[in-house]
Design a protein around this ligand. Structure first.
Ligand code: NAG
Ligand code: NAG
Ligand code: NAG
Ligand code: NAG
Length: 516
């Protein structure tokens, strides 16, 4: 009952993107971009027997085009007859430092095709991972609809010696009087229950509740499941070999490894279904496919030279703060100014006086799942962008995704659309401004993370973000592909070799002429 109320409320506050009103063509396009195949109905009990099982599933490599044909089977070994599993794939080789994300096509009948471009000569291993069985997608979908507030947020209010902590969120059941912190410029909603003895003006901090309590009902639901919500095992690995001009040969060394000698030049085969991946790794360095050439900025002087006379504004979650920290760690002349900000929250600012470089970081507004952030530091990215003059010396870097996973996608879309409008205003008044957006990436899943920020939620966000910024003069750093293609584990904060490659992509946008 409470969750139904929350849902209704959320539908109310998440206007105009609710499904209950006539969708504008733009809204329809955005929602279509995240459409997912139908998955098993809930709450009909789903048994382990009929759930997608990586151990029984198989794939076959079709040597002519490099495609892996994947057949998902259930725990009894019977082929599945519907789609909706979250399957990811990559082609890689550790010794060559090479890797590329595969494009997975869901045939909606239990089979999937992963398509890989052949971008290097030599050995490669195909790796296919079932992240979530389609049955788990049903559960994740249900969780979002029934418990959009499953992460709890709070604020401390204080005046003189009186203080009080109350619950806050995007929407709250109006069982008590509310403080309405809806942002007047962007229209972004945020509410807290009104403290008993204090006014709404006395809000001091924002913070997230403890994790276990947050997802209590999610854990209950998950404990009722008779199948694994997510899989961390790669269900297959097969080794293949490309040779420019050899005879076609298949050598089966074991059930797991198949060597295929391709005849003819390795070439990129077109796939009708998906565009090419954003790029690939070779010798550990990211090479873009299409768009700007990525250069290597391997020493501090090359980076400093590129950033000379620039102001770099970074806005968003900790995945962009990581870039700020990276620049500080590799540039000895970039000195962080002590703003006495709380650790990890910011804002932060670094300066290289001699080269006139200014790099700034500021978090986005709620929802933010950090320890404690002063309420006065909760600035919406769109409003910050409206405060920038812009121009050829201004670089804007955005990353807004990691804190939105537990909400219905409409909440995220609304935030992105407000940022999009501000980006359009910025590029209109200062067309030379460079705007770079870091996309979402895969992460390590635990039960708690899967319930609130599963890769499936992130994939929806990633698609939504691409749809929202499509056609604008903004550049993407494709974190999704860069993490998927790399041999390092999936982590919310990718490890330094991946960050180094992301920074190379960023700097290549800023300084396209820079010599390799
Ligand atoms: C599933 O659909 C694909 C694409 O239409 C087709 O090639 C394949 O044979 C189908 N598989 C089954 C088991 O029907
Ligand atoms: C909160 O404030 C906004 C902006 O003033 C207003 O549009 C909205 O109706 C208010 N919401 C509630 C539930 O009071
Ligand atoms: C509010 O003030 C009253 C009277 O001083 C006190 O009894 C009560 O405990 C206070 N409530 C809270 C939530 O602090
Ligand atoms: C778990 O299963 C029990 C018994 O079938 C049911 O009563 C309960 O509502 C379920 N809990 C959730 C969170 O679905």
């Amino acid at each position: 009952m409470l969750s139904l109320l929350l849902l209704l409320l959320l539908t109310f506050v998440s206007k105009p993107l609710t499904i209950h009103h006539q969708l504008l063509p733009e809204e329809r396009r955005l929602l279509d971009s995240i459409a997912w195949p139908e998955t098993p109905r809930l709450p009909v009990p789903i048994s382990l027997k009929t759930t997608s099982d990586p151990a029984h599933s198989t794939f076959t490599i079709l040597p002519v085009r490099l495609e892996a044909l994947i057949q998902i089977r259930d725990f009894q070994g019977r082929p599945k007859h519907f789609g909706g599993d979250l399957v990811i794939a990559r082609l890689h080789d550790r010794t060559l430092g090479a890797g590329v994300a595969g494009r997975v096509v869901d045939h909606l009948n239990g089979s999937y095709t992963a398509v890989f471009p052949l971008l290097w000569e030599g050995r490669a291993q195909v790796e296919v991972t079932l992240v979530h069985p389609s049955e788990a997608i049903s559960v994740l979908h249900r969780l979002t609809m029934e418990q959009p507030n499953r992460l709890s947020y709070f604020s401390l209010f204080r005046s003189g010696s009186v203080s009080e902590t109350v619950a806050c969120n995007e929407c709250l059941p109006p069982t008590q009087p509310l403080c309405n912190y809806t942002d007047l410029h962007t229209g972004e909603p945020w509410f807290c229950y009104k403290p008993k003895n204090l006014s709404c003006d006395t809000r001091i901090t924002h913070f997230r509740g403890t994790h276990k309590a947050d997802t209590h009902s999610g854990f209950l639901l998950a404990s009722n499941l008779t199948f694994p919500l997510w899989q961390t095992i790669h269900f297959f690995c097969k080794l293949i070999y490309f040779r420019p001009s050899g005879t076609t040969q298949t050598i089966s060394t074991s059930q797991m490894f198949v060597f295929i000698f391709l005849s003819g030049q390795p070439e990129v085969k077109s796939s009708t279904v998906k565009p090419e991946p954003a790029g690939y790794y070779y010798q550990g360095a990211w090479r873009a496919l299409g768009g700007a050439t990525v250069h290597q900025f391997n020493n501090p002087s090359a980076i400093s030279q590129c950033l000379t006379d620039k102001v770099v504004h970074m806005y968003g979650d900790s995945t962009i703060r990581q870039w700020f920290e990276y620049l500080n760690s590799v540039l000895p002349d970039l000195k962080e100014f002590n703003l006495h900000s709380a650790k990890r929250t910011g804002p932060f600012m670094s300066v290289d006086m001699a080269r006139n470089i200014l790099v700034k970081y500021r978090p986005h507004a709620p929802p933010l799942s950090w320890t404690v952030i002063p309420a006065n530091e909760l600035h919406y990215v769109a409003n910050e962008l409206d405060g920038i003059v812009g121009g050829s010396r201004t670089v804007v870097v955005l990353s807004v995704w990691a804190h939105f996973g537990s909400y219905p996608i409409e909440v995220y879309l609304r935030r992105l659309l407000s940022i999009r409008r501000a980006v359009l205003r910025l590029l209109d008044r200062a067309p030379d401004t460079l705007v770079v957006i870091r996309t979402a990436n895969l992460r390590a899943l635990t039960l708690g993370i899967a319930l609130t920020n599963s890769d499936w939620y992130t994939l929806q966000q990633d698609r939504a973000l691409r749809a929202v910024f499509k056609g604008l003069n903004v550049h993407l750093v494709d974190a999704w592909d860069m993490v998927l293609a790399h041999h390092l584990p999936h982590e919310i904060h990718p490890r330094p070799p991946i960050i180094k490659n992301m920074i190379d992509v960023l700097l290549s946008y800023i300084c396209p002429q820079e010599k390799a």
